[in-house]
Design a protein around this ligand. Structure first.
Ligand SMILES: Nc1ncnc2c1ncn2[C@@H]1O[C@H](COP(=O)(O)OP(=O)(O)OP(=O)(O)O)[C@@H](O)[C@H]1O
Ligand SMILES: [Mg+2]
Length: 169
């Protein structure tokens, strides 16, 4: 488990870029990032950072009302060809997601898939997904971002908290 304390939107975006570069190389296909956490905790902001790092120029907004948005990568990344942004906030049950064909999307080997509110369709999320948890911190611009994977340190100060590693930018 790796815990990051982000102190502003730009740090959350930077973390997204770092995860893209360091983790998706070795990812199984499709690469799936399952984001969970409270309203306003930074999930869409994280995806904006991911999209920017992939060279996507369109403005990324939460696709809450359309559930899914699909972007062609201007250049391939590790031979991935597109980014799929899903928001399960309005999905009542995994069954509903299945009707939308999401189970097929999770089999597309050319896709990097990011899912907001992934906990709502947990049953459909493949085992290979990287789960990332977002929480509000104590201060207004603080967000706590937890990964279930080990991440190498990058320009951050280290502070041990319990058995977890705790990093700050
Ligand atoms: N450290 C931070 N990281 C990310 N966003 C931050 C941070 N500090 C402040 N913010 C602000 O918090 C808001 C986060 O909103 P965002 O849409 O990314 O959250 P979300 O988790 O996608 O919410 P929702 O569940 O409603 O989709 C933005 O307005 C952003 O500018
Ligand atoms: Mg959002």
């Amino acid at each position: 488990m790796t815990v990051f304390v982000s102190r502003g939107p730009s740090q959350t975006k930077k973390l997204a870029k770092r995860i893209l570069v360091s983790r998706l190389k070795a990812a199984s296909r499709p690469a799936i990032l399952a984001l969970r956490g409270e309203l306003g905790s930074g999930k869409t902001t994280f995806i904006q950072g991911l999209a920017r790092a992939l060279g996507i120029r369109e403005k990324i907004q939460s696709p809450t009302f359309v559930i899914m948005k699909w972007y062609v990568l201007p250049r391939r990344f590790q031979s991935f060809r597109h980014l799929v942004h899903l928001d399960a906030y309005r999905l009542e049950r995994a069954k509903e997601a299945k009707h939308l064909g999401l189970d097929h999307i999770f089999q597309d080997p050319d896709a990097i898939i990011v899912v907001e509110w992934a906990e709502r369709i947990k049953r459909l999320i493949p085992k290979s997904a990287y789960w990332i948890k977002f929480q509000h911190g104590e201060k207004p611009h603080e967000r706590i971002i937890q990964l279930r994977i080990q991440m190498p340190k990058f320009k951050m100060q280290e502070a041990a908290v319990g058995s977890n590693e705790n990093f700050s930018f």
